[in-house]
Design a protein around this ligand. Structure first.
Ligand SMILES: NC(=O)c1ccc[n+]([C@@H]2O[C@H](COP(=O)([O-])OP(=O)(O)OC[C@H]3O[C@@H](n4cnc5c(N)ncnc54)[C@H](OP(=O)(O)O)[C@@H]3O)[C@@H](O)[C@H]2O)c1
Length: 259
């Protein structure tokens, strides 16, 4: 059991992509880390990389499938116990969807909802319970610009990211007036395995840049933001009101498989 002298962040989906890049970014900013995902070997690699660059930071890895909802609760509770509490919990784990509606892809759609909605809700549920006991903490939810409009070829993904953003809104309202913050981030295209087979990725940014922007927004304690802020703050608004025909034309190639 450590004394609570440094900040500790718990991050789901730390084995790849945004989570993998955000972990060292948070280490550089003084956070000790608890890294969770299903692929423990990849987490160990992330841990080794951080240990080499930031030997003063404590990094712990935990195998966790966020669709095992009871495990989410017990893993966060155990991580808090071992680290003298947690300061930051990031619900980042997520999967993409490549399925058009009505083509027999319901199982894939269900998996998207189970991971991106129920897995993230389980994470937020455990985080709020812990942070209410601590009377401090920040919850970060990684939604997506896909939440702003049901994108063709990504119906379940868009629905999942809208659902979790709205759930986070409710958490923020319930926690209003407490020291507990809820930050919801809406990334555009960040170069990771989740979108690497898409033919078109508008306004793409590299994953290290994305991680830096995300860490800045977390440190500022914003309530909501796109990532990067510009141009997605403008494009996001536009996405909501584009006529369907224009949306379909502009979305060509931007969905997995380049529909
Ligand atoms: N990259 C983008 O352009 C972009 C844009 C908007 C939003 N996002 C969101 O950002 C988050 C991270 O995505 P990414 O781009 O970094 O993709 P990624 O490289 O595919 O990483 C996804 C991460 O989620 C974890 N994960 C998936 N299912 C899980 C489960 N059932 N239990 C625990 N962990 C699970 C994966 O770990 P394991 O497989 O080891 O479990 C992996 O670490 C996702 O929520 C994604 O929707 C990404």
């Amino acid at each position: 059991m450590s004394t609570h002298t440094s900040k500790t962040a718990f991050l789901t989906g730390a084995s790849s992509g945004i989570g993998q890049a955000l972990a060292p970014e948070l280490a550089a900013r003084g956070y000790d880390l608890v890294l969770a995902a299903r692929r423990i070997d990849s987490l160990e690699q992330v841990k080794q990389d951080i240990a080499a660059r930031f030997p003063q930071r404590r990094v712990e890895v935990r195998a966790l499938d966020v669709t095992r909802y009871a495990d989410v609760q017990s893993t966060i509770a155990a991580a808090a116990e071992e680290n003298g509490g947690l300061d930051l919990i990031i619900a980042n784990a997520g999967i993409g969807s490549t399925s058009a509606i009505g083509h027999g892809n319901f199982d894939a759609d269900r998996a998207v909802i189970e991971t991106n909605v129920l897995g993230a809700m389980a994470t937020i549920e455990a985080a709020v319970a812990l942070f209410r006991r601590q009377n401090r903490g920040q919850i970060v939810v990684i939604s997506s610009v896909a939440a702003f409009r049901g994108l063709p070829g990504a119906g379940s993904y868009s629905a999942s990211k809208a659902a979790i953003a709205v759930f986070a809104d409710a958490a923020r309202a319930e926690l209003h007036g407490t020291p507990i913050r809820v930050t919801t981030l809406f990334p555009g295209y960040i170069d990771t395995p989740i979108n690497q087979d898409m033919k078109s990725r508008p306004f793409l940014i590299g994953v290290d840049k994305g991680a830096r922007i995300i860490a800045d927004l977390i440190e500022r304690g914003v309530q909501t933001s796109t990532v990067p802020v510009y141009p997605w703050n403008m494009v996001g608004k536009l996405l909501r009101v584009l006529p369907t025909g224009v949306l379909v034309k502009s979305a060509k190639g931007a969905m997995p498989g380049g529909n």
